[in-house]
Design a protein around this ligand. Sequence first.
Ligand SMILES: [Fe+2]
Ligand SMILES: [Fe+2]
Length: 268
Amino acid sequence: MPTEKDMKAILDKLQSIPTMPAILSEALNTMDNPKSSVNKLAEILSKDISLTTQILKLVNSAYYGFPSQITTIKRAMALMGFNAIRSLILSVVVKPMMVTHSGKTLWEHSIRCAVACQMMSKSLGFGDPDEAFIIGLLHDIGKIVLEIANKDASKEVNRLTLLGADSLQAEKMFFGYTHTEIGRELSIKWKLPMIIGTAIYYHHNPLASQSKMHSCLVYVGDRITREPLKYPVLDPDIVDSFDFEVPDPMDLREKVFEASSHIISALS
Ligand SMILES: [Fe+2]
Ligand SMILES: [Fe+2]
């Protein structure tokens, strides 16, 4: 089994691993002092016209349903809060990384999983819905590393998975590590909060997680937004041990697809 050191060495060796833009590290890691973070973030964002434009497009999309047009980041921050803007910045920034390396399918699946996690976090009253969104968005980020490491092997893993193979086993076979392991390592390299790395690591095996509830949300978000769906949509052996119920996964899937279509089209 590869150690964390091995994982780090793998990432260090790959030249084209995307680096975390400074603005995003700033946004994700300056929560200790929200007041200065908001000002600082507003200041940095005001210099990046393209990022600002895309964030405002998202803010004004039907997903958020504000009655009137929001034209400045400051106003958006006042209405939605720092955490929400943080998750929007992340959505904008990771899109080209995902699309370039793994194609649109992974990007759309990740947005849908993010929306599912956010919706569940809200309806269950668990955690911060914006943090849940970020965790869902990044759950499969390790897949871009597999693509960069070996595109053909990655294609083969996808082909075998579509035929019914276990994706983690297939990855182990071709790469010696999985997208969950390398995804957590990437989140460490990007200096993201530990809870994000933990949820990434355990999203296929949520009951083993030290942060069980977050990992369970991502497990559900991931499974209900797969295309094609994997059956059973939620593994009864796993969900029976959850601290919450998912009464109708297919209904949740429909709601998530509808809600996330607004984000996907705003960023297309
Ligand atoms: Fe996954
Ligand atoms: Fe996934």
